[in-house]
Design a protein around this ligand. Structure first.
Ligand code: ZN
Length: 368
């Protein structure tokens, strides 16, 4: 193992943000650059890992393993690569990997595949096929590129040190990646399958990750005679029904509060105050507009966990009915809803069948 890993992080990333340094932006709980540093280190495939940066101060207080070296970058990407190649020359490396810090999502598996492929090749470059159609323009004419004949190159790209060094030191033009150097000089490259998730972060928009939120809801209503019992939007035969300004459906009310909680929208009382307008409203009608808003804001419900707290009716008897009803109202699969029955050892109002309570936890994810 005489391989070296170079991480290029000297770019100005102006397309990302005018003030933020892309490589230090927090992504998946750490700075973008840390993903590459950690993975290359954890792979145990490299003698040294070279971080090329124009912001050495940022690394001043970080404590890294001795195998990580921070060096100064150049003006352009190819200048930075050359700086790194010159720096590692003294170690007499066999192979060198060049990687963009803006690609934090490569796998250690990919590093291993490239390493294996280097045994028989002097240049190994991961590629993926383009999802978009590509055109190119010469003067005023536009041409199509056959999608089957075209592909996109990613990093890390790996090379025999000697070959890359010689090409890099003699290059006249700036190149956007090291594969271009090999191509321009008609050197052979072994292309291997890259990874779709190993996309390059260029714009801040590229990393609007889905975010998951949780909400909790609780409700309790008194049971009174001569009233219909609704649970989860379905009518349940019982000697009493739930008293309330609406139909008193504790399950749907708890679900509403859980959704409002997860989306930071206060509570059911502020949305549906005890006014004439909402007198005897069906709880399904309260839930529907909230679900529509959730959908409009690109939220997806992951799952619901419901505790129905009552002595009677027996949840086991009506579980399927209630779950089916909720899944229909909320457009969910039954396996996204779990309904648990909980008795209270005949204690208190609930134990004496004078009230039913419910608690709900919901998980939702926002996609942009
Ligand atoms: Zn209620």
């Amino acid at each position: 193992m005489n391989n070296y890993f170079v991480i290029l992080a000297a770019g100005k990333s102006k397309r990302f943000h005018k003030n933020l340094d892309k490589q230090f932006y927090i992504y998946k709980n750490k700075e973008i650059i840390e993903h590459s540093i950690e993975k290359s280190l954890n792979s145990k495939l490299f003698k040294k890992i070279i971080v090329v940066t124009n912001n050495a101060i940022h690394f001043k207080n970080k404590i890294y393993s001795k195998s990580i070296k921070i060096i100064k970058g150049g003006k352009e990407r190819s200048d930075s690569t050359l700086n790194a190649l010159k720096f590692i020359k003294k170690y007499k490396p066999k192979n060198v990997f060049i990687h963009d810090a803006a690609r934090p999502n490569f796998s250690i598996r990919l590093l291993k595949k490239i390493t294996n492929s280097l045994k028989k090749n002097k240049a190994v470059v991961p590629i993926i096929s383009s999802k978009d159609s590509i055109k190119y323009k010469i003067k005023n004419r536009v041409f199509n590129i056959k999608r089957n004949d075209s592909f996109l190159t990613q990093t890390p790209q790996a090379f025999a040190f000697k070959e890359l060094y010689n090409l890099a030191i003699n290059q006249n033009n700036q190149v956007s990646d090291e594969a271009s150097l090999f191509i321009n000089n008609d050197y052979k490259i072994k292309f291997i399958p890259g990874e779709n998730q190993n996309n390059k972060i260029t714009f801040l928009d590229d990393i609007n990750e889905p975010k998951t939120f949780f909400g909790i809801g609780f409700d309790i209503h008194k049971l009174v005679k001569n009233r219909r019992l609704y649970l989860g939007g379905s009518r349940i035969p019982f000697h009493s029904g739930l008293k309330g300004h609406s139909d008193g459906d504790v399950i749907l009310h708890s679900i509403i509060d859980a959704i409002l909680g997860a989306t930071q929208k206060k509570d059911i009382g502020s949305l549906f105050p005890n006014t004439k307008k909402f007198k005897n409203i069906k709880s399904v009608k309260m839930l529907k507009p909230i679900l529509i808003n959730l959908d409009k804001a690109n939220f997806i419900i992951n799952n619901l966990d419901i505790n129905l707290i009552c002595e009677q009716p027996k949840v086991s008897k009506y579980r399927n009915k209630i779950v089916n009803s909720i899944s229909k109202i909320m457009n969910l699969n039954n396996n996204q809803i779990n309904l648990k029955g909980k008795t209270v050892e005949k204690l208190g109002l609930i134990g004496k069948e004078k009230a039913i309570a419910c608690e709900v936890i919901i998980s939702i994810t926002k996609y942009d």
